[in-house]
Design a binder for this molecule. Structure first.
Ligand code: PHE
Ligand code: FE
Length: 291
């Protein structure tokens, strides 16, 4: 998600009122399908022992290992049946209220293009690989599926409190860059990590970043970087914790409190943090990327 940049102010020519477009799966070229396969292959090999159980299960149940860019028709038949979610194609980034409205209705929007071969590791805007490979497996998990819908409803509400900045950080540090503590070890559930070759190693293995226990208010105060690997990751105990804490907290008073507190810089640790791994912070810029 990116709340800063939109390409259009209203649905572009040919798009529906809700900004969706036909995926036009037949229009993808062999070369584009092959790009998916290249990206898929290298992530797929890396994820056992790294991606969380819900992600691996989702990838399997959705049959994402089938060659080529997934046809949303087939994908949605399974996903709908599992959790009532759908993937819909959009021409590019959509306005925040449109994005939240789709989530609130259990629709996940996906960019309808795939990156070029010279962009395998670096991308400004989410493509179908990030959106589908990164996000959709988790949507096959009932608890996470409910979290995403609740987030969409919360997003619409946040606009009324002028608190999008705080809520966007929650998305960033959970949906995009979240880690989870499983019995077997630390695992990834965030889409921005799981669809990134470099960050799926960095987030778990590198000694540079801090890994801090999930804390809702703390996260909503935390700045983030979009141009490099994260220096702070937040770790949940399980998906139920994520859903329950966010659903049971009324964000309205929290937003008021947050307006009185200073933001926290990207690599900082504060006194109340429960730090699991203290990072060395040796890490230099420019090695990496978001999606
Ligand atoms: N409980 C939040 C609110 O009061 C809604 C929400 C749920 C936001 C889950 C994010 C995730 O606004
Ligand atoms: Fe994303």
């Amino acid at each position: 998600m990116n709340s800063e940049t939109h390409i259009f102010d209203s649905p572009p020519e040919g798009a529906n009122d809700d900004w969706t477009i036909d995926q036009a799966w037949d229009k993808f070229t062999d070369h584009e399908h092959e790009t998916w396969d290249i990206l898929f292959e290298r992530q797929y090999k890396m994820l056992p022992g790294r991606a969380c159980k819900a992600f691996i299960d989702g990838m399997n149940v959705l049959k994402l290992d089938k060659a080529g860019i997934p046809d949303f028709k087939d994908l949605n038949a399974i996903l709908m049946d599992k959790t009532g979610w759908q993937v819909v194609a959009v021409p590019g980034l959509v306005p925040d209220d449109v994005f939240f409205d789709h989530l609130a209705n259990r629709r996940f929007v996906s960019g309808n293009f795939i990156r070029q071969r010279d962009q395998l590791d670096y991308l400004q805007e989410p493509d179908v690989f990030h959106d589908v490979f990164g996000h959709v497996p988790m949507l096959a998990d009932q608890t996470f599926a409910d979290y995403m819908q609740a987030y969409g409803q919360g997003g619409l509400r946040s606009l009324k409190y002028d608190a999008l900045k705080n809520l966007a950080r929650l998305y960033w540090y959970t949906v995009e860059f979240g880690l989870i503590q499983e019995a077997e070890g630390l695992r990834i559930y965030g889409a921005g990590i799981v669809s990134s070759y470099g960050e799926s190693v960095f987030a778990l293995d590198d000694d540079s970043p801090n890994r801090i226990k999930f804390d809702l208010e703390r996260i909503m105060r935390s700045e983030y970087r979009i141009d490099d690997y994260q220096q702070n990751y937040f770790v949940i105990d399980d998906l139920k914790q994520l859903l329950e804490v966010t659903q049971q907290t009324d964000f309205a008073p929290l937003y008021e409190t947050l307006k009185t507190l200073p933001d926290i810089a990207v690599a900082d640790i504060i006194d109340s943090d429960s730090v699991m791994t203290h990072g060395t912070q040796h890490y230099a810029q420019n090695k990496a990327k978001k999606v």
